[in-house]
Design a binder for this molecule. Structure first.
Ligand SMILES: [Zn+2]
Length: 144
């Protein structure tokens, strides 16, 4: 059977979900949290590092901050895209005000910035707020 490796976005536990059961809302073996939620959740830099390197599925991070107007405009759009792409990519958020070193390390100059990761590598980067449809379209060009 084929498995998909996914890091739990809540507790950081590495999980293996059967590929043909991705539509049955797989849960974390450690904390019981759904591995794929209906909206983009905020993650910590620790979980980000783990998920970026371990996950088989494309991980798309929206780097944002509470003071950033365009970020707040984009949040519901990003959630809509997360819902539409469920099972194809995981969309998460990282608060750059709370975790400034992460955005420094990645050389992020403006927010919102979306970065897609697979196998520990950056596969695309896009700055600026976008509507859900555009986000979905962009991410789809990078999913397997
Ligand atoms: Zn968990």
């Amino acid at each position: 059977m084929d498995y998909v490796k996914m890091t739990c976005l809540k507790c950081g536990q590495g999980n293996r979900a059967p590929k043909d059961k991705l539509n049955d809302a797989p849960k974390c073996a450690n904390c019981g949290q759904p591995l794929m939620g209906d909206k983009a959740v905020d993650i910590t830099p620790q979980t980000f590092d783990k998920a970026k390197n371990l996950d088989d599925m494309l991980l798309v991070v929206d780097f944002w901050a509470p003071w950033c107007g365009p970020c707040r405009t984009m949040a519901p759009e990003f959630n809509k895209a997360a819902q539409a792409l469920k099972g194809k990519a995981r969309l998460v958020k990282l608060n750059t005000e709370q975790y400034q070193t992460v955005s420094q390390k990645l050389g992020i100059r403006g927010i919102p910035t979306m970065i897609g990761f697979r196998d520990g590598k950056e596969v695309f980067r896009q700055s600026g707020a976008m509507p859900a449809q555009q986000i979905e379209k962009l991410i789809k060009t990078h999913t397997r």
